[in-house]
Design a protein around this ligand. Sequence first.
Ligand SMILES: [Cu+2]
Length: 474
Amino acid sequence: MNRRDFSKTLLMGGSGLLLTGRAVSAAPQPLKLAVASRTIDVNGRAATVFGLTGPNDRPGLTLAASETVEVDLENGLSEETMVHWHGLLPAWDQDGVPDMPMPLLKAGETRRYTLPSGNPGTHWMHAHTLQEQNLLAAPLVVRGPEELARDEQEVVVLLHDFSFTPAEELLAKLKSGSGMGMMMNGMNMQGMDHSNMSGMNMGGGMMGMDVNDIEYDAYLANDRTLNDPQVVQVEKGGRVRLRIINGATATAFTIDTGALDGEVIAVDGQDVVPLKNRQFPLSMGQRVDFRLQLPREGGAFPVLALREGGAQRTGVILATPGATVSKLADAGELQGPILSQATEAKLTAARPLAPKTVDRAYAVNLVGSMQGYEWGMQSSADLLVRRGERVVVEMRNHSMMTHPMHLHGHHFQIVAVNGREFSGAVRDTVFLPPMTSIAFAFDAVNPGKAWAFHCHHLYHMATGMMATVGYEGA
Ligand SMILES: [Cu+2]
């Protein structure tokens, strides 16, 4: 039995694992995707959360690459909702951001979406509203023939930050200044280079950064805490392709593969030149794919997500048959690392943008503070592009929080970190620690009147950190 058959066996066993054994081929019938309420157990307490159920009653969707699929999104809730396809590049009116341009789906409404699956990659889907906080999110995995032919087991992990407090209340607390912000004073930020920020009037400089403006009740990996983690059965000496999605709304993690040798093979669903690494920074909205090698003697191997600047952690356990799985505390002894750009600067796209002259360049300043909890994006001109142009956007973070910035409808390539130009990863979401800059390039090939361009921290977005990129004449 090869490893793929092994995966299928697990699936048929009804293990409830987020393992996938085969791709859904181009179906003449639209795929059904249902938004519904469900109940999960969070540390012994029942929580009513949202869920997105695709074909075969599994969360989310698995698509074959390079196909156009039709999806019937069914709103089974008693309230309005909508889903954004994070990482796919549909037409603008299919993008799933409320009123950009389509209205929310009413309670009970079904709407058909036409989605090009594109290249193979790890993506996800989520509400572009405060419903995201209550787990309205699911994996969206696109697989090509190469992945299917490979003798390796696929494991998908969706991370969340969870609160029993409704998102509206969390937001109100932040706005009223009673957020539980944690100030990190005198941080020695690895990988930060202030010399390149000289052109920016940065005022007070690095007095201290704000990390984690919300203290959550739990941190989840595939809906479970580390007190009752998912244990994924794997083979001795086998290989695993681990697809990790940070679906948290306001929490960044460092992924730690522990004792397992691994390499990072993709970020945000885009292949990179493999990078040997056991730790990887993952901000909100971002994805990372690891290829892991299990030792021949087998064992139990936790793959952890360490909360940035906090001792809390979550994760899954990869275990070979018969291995003893020891209990892990849901908080470690050390705080999770503060995310730096050191890893970003080492990433190289497997398929970079073709060489081309830049037609248009914009600078966007990220501004705001915990005081008053107002965040924003400032540019000297509206972000307008023309079809066919190569566009470069330089973002400069003038605030004391880290912002994971996401552009809809396009994949972009990182072309500079703190002024150092290089041919970096292709992505759709990139984070900027305080007082840093990032430049990305993209080709304007997907016309739309107003593509969302925003911070993927839900509460920063909700309080103003959102702009649009528009096509002239669209
Ligand atoms: Cu932000």
